[in-house]
Design a protein around this ligand. Structure first.
Ligand code: CP
Length: 322
């Protein structure tokens, strides 16, 4: 980052971002949140007017895809949507050729979700458009981690009445299927870069080998994981990515790792409950807690639009034209 501004062409992952860059994105988002919260007038600004944003999703998505589309529209960009089925890759075209054709119609921003880790990186190296990783395999989901950090910071500032409060020293427990989770990986990187302490909890079969080297504590004991935490971040059990059974039964998983009213008693009263969605209700998270007053799950979704507006604005305009 140069002179406190933004100089990156793409957003591929949290790993490459400095604390200052993450903070710049989080500090840019509130002005965009205010646009979405307008009670009257037009919920739009012309910062990406005349630009083309292409949402290119090879995997299903509800939150990320709609959030990027709305964010682009709120910035006055034109938008196009492509899925695996609707792109020429089903006819054998390479990703590079497909992207070259999208760029030939003057696309400016490509938001891509792909099942293979590294695809956004490979495209960003060869193409001039701004590439945003909307989730690549088990690797990263950077805008999810950014909206999560923004949500935590916003809620912390509200609770403390301190508009300058940071995540330094905050304790976050990430519970569940870490093995298959790009959200967990991006969140660990983001939270640690912002000074938070991260604990992981789940069955050892759903914990990647060597994950402790990321500077996190690892435990299979939910009571131990939730003691003293400020945030309980629950992960979706990704049954569709499990080729073989990785725990004895769903009932056993629920008994040991479900975040519910009883297990939330291990955590302090102020602890927030988060989940990236989609939720397997009453599997990793009970409906009572998901819909309860400690849950900020829908706030995460709302904040996602502001974060994605901030990211696209910074990539395209470098933070200028505010
Ligand atoms: N959190 C998240 O990535 O959700 P979607 O799969 O619905 O985009």
């Amino acid at each position: 980052m140069a002179d406190g501004g933004w100089s990156r062409k793409d957003l591929i992952g949290i790993e490459a971002l400095s604390r200052d860059e993450i903070t710049l994105i989080l500090d840019t988002a509130p002005q965009f949140a205010a646009i979405s919260e307008r009670s009257s007038g037009i919920k739009k600004v012309p910062l990406l007017k005349g630009r083309l944003v292409v949402n290119w999703f090879y995997e299903p998505s509800t939150r990320t895809r709609n959030s990027f589309e709305l964010a682009a529209k709120r910035l006055s960009a034109d938008t196009l949507a492509m899925t695996a089925a609707s792109s020429s890759s089903v006819k054998g075209e390479t990703l590079h050729d497909t992207l070259a054709n999208i760029e030939a119609i003057h696309a400016d921003v490509i938001v891509i979700r792909h099942g293979c880790a590294g695809v956004p990186h490979i495209l960003a190296d060869r193409h001039a458009s701004h590439i945003i990783n909307a989730g690549d395999g088990r690797h990263e989901h950077p805008t999810q981690a950014l909206l999560d950090a923004y949500t935590i910071r916003k809620q912390l500032r509200l609770r403390l009445g301190d508009p300058e409060a940071t995540l330094d020293g905050l304790k976050v427990a990430i519970v569940g299927d870490v093995e298959h989770s790009r959200v967990a990986r991006s969140n660990i990187l983001c939270l640690k870069r912002l000074g938070a302490e991260v604990r992981l909890c789940g069955p050892s079969t759903l914990m990647p080998q060597g994950i402790a080297q990321m500077g996190v504590q690892v435990t299979a004991n939910l009571e131990e994981a939730l003691a003293d935490v400020d945030v309980v971040y629950t992960l979706r059990l990704q049954l569709e990515r499990q080729a073989k059974a990785l725990f004895p039964s769903l009932r056993e998983y629920i008994r040991l790792f479900q975040v519910n009213t009883a297990t939330m008693r291990y955590a302090p009263e102020h602890a927030l409950v988060m989940h990236p969605g989609p939720i397997n209700r009453d599997v990793e998270l009970s409906s009572e807690v998901a819909d309860g007053e400690r849950s900020v799950i829908l706030d995460q979704v709302s904040n996602g639009v502001a974060i994605r507006m901030a990211v696209m604005h910074l990539l395209v305009n470098g933070g200028g034209q505010e």
